[in-house]
Design a protein around this ligand. Structure first.
Ligand SMILES: [Zn+2]
Length: 122
């Protein structure tokens, strides 16, 4: 049988996704963990948001079903995306190195602009 276990959480303002409904929420000092039976002990499978807690088990089940519908729809869109990506030529693609190089160039421009704004010369 599943159950909710409360435990102190060392991180305040830590953003997590609810395992039941997928909503991202902020934890403040106490986490509500959904526990499931494992082979020899209970396993924590994820954090539960305040709305799912307040919905109770049956309401949380409805929220889980709604999240499952969303995930199935999303999975279909990701499958469609995979089909589209198969036709993209490599020349129309970018690498992470190109992104990093452009970020570094942007950082240098910002550093230069800040230095100029403060009257520093390179
Ligand atoms: Zn939730």
């Amino acid at each position: 049988m599943a159950e909710i276990k409360l435990r102190e959480h060392p991180c305040y303002g830590f953003r997590v996704g609810c395992v039941i409904c997928g909503q991202v929420f902020e934890q403040d000092g106490v986490a509500a963990m959904l526990m499931m039976p494992g082979a020899d002990k209970r396993l924590g499978i994820g954090d539960v948001c305040p709305e799912c807690l307040d919905a109770g088990p049956k309401g949380a089940a409805e929220r889980a079903r709604g999240y499952a519908v969303y995930l199935r729809e999303r999975a279909g869109k990701v499958d469609d995306l995979a089909v589209l990506l198969e036709d993209v030529p490599f020349s129309a693609w970018a690498t992470s190195k190109q992104v990093k190089d452009l970020e570094d160039e942007g950082d240098r421009r910002i550093d230069l602009a800040q230095a100029q704004a403060h009257g520093f010369n390179e």
